[in-house]
Design a protein. Structure first.
Length: 176
């Protein structure tokens, strides 16, 4: 009986270990984002699409396109310039995060709708007969990249608490 009593006493002391304190991250400067693996070729394909789209004259206005696509289900609080500006900021932020290949970059949660709409807009421009814009050969790489980002956003294990300086489309709030 003494043998069982000794083991039970040891188990009781290990169960009373101190509980660790958790660090709290202020929401003004930190947010949740997803880690996505990308290559330099992925980033170059996205940059080429953006440069090609912004360099050619458009026959389709973004505001008209957005109101037609969304059918008043979602109210956009952004201007035409803000719509493409997010994609440009995404590329610039990811370029600053690139190191060795493949690199892990941060994908902001709830950004997939912006990327999808931008691709739909580019598709509408490419299909419009009087628009000069045409897809480059890397469009499938861009679509695969956006799909990968959407899939990662659904996986809780890929999420992390990140300073807003490292998340495209996020800016830390100034404290008084």
């Amino acid at each position: 009986m003494g043998l069982f009593g000794d083991n039970r006493g040891a188990a009781e002391t290990t169960a009373q270990l101190p509980i660790p304190e958790y660090e709290h991250f202020p929401t003004e400067t930190y947010s949740v984002a997803c880690a996505v693996a990308i290559s330099r070729d992925d980033l170059n394909a996205l940059r080429a699409l953006l440069e090609n789209e912004t360099a050619t004259a458009t026959a389709i206005e973004q505001s008209t396109f957005l109101s037609r696509v969304l059918n008043d289900e979602l109210q956009i609080q952004q201007t035409e310039a803000d719509f493409a500006a997010f994609m440009h900021e995404l590329v610039e932020t990811w370029e600053s995060q690139m190191g060795n290949e493949p690199a892990a970059v941060w994908w902001p949660l709830d950004s997939d709708w912006r990327a999808k709409l931008y691709l739909q807009y580019c598709t509408a421009r490419a299909e419009h007969e009087s628009d000069e814009f045409e897809f480059s050969g890397n469009i499938e790489r861009v679509r695969t990249l956006i799909s990968r980002c959407e899939a990662v956003a659904e996986d809780d294990a890929k999420r992390g608490i990140v300073h807003k300086d490292h998340i495209p489309g996020e800016k830390p709030e100034e404290r008084d």
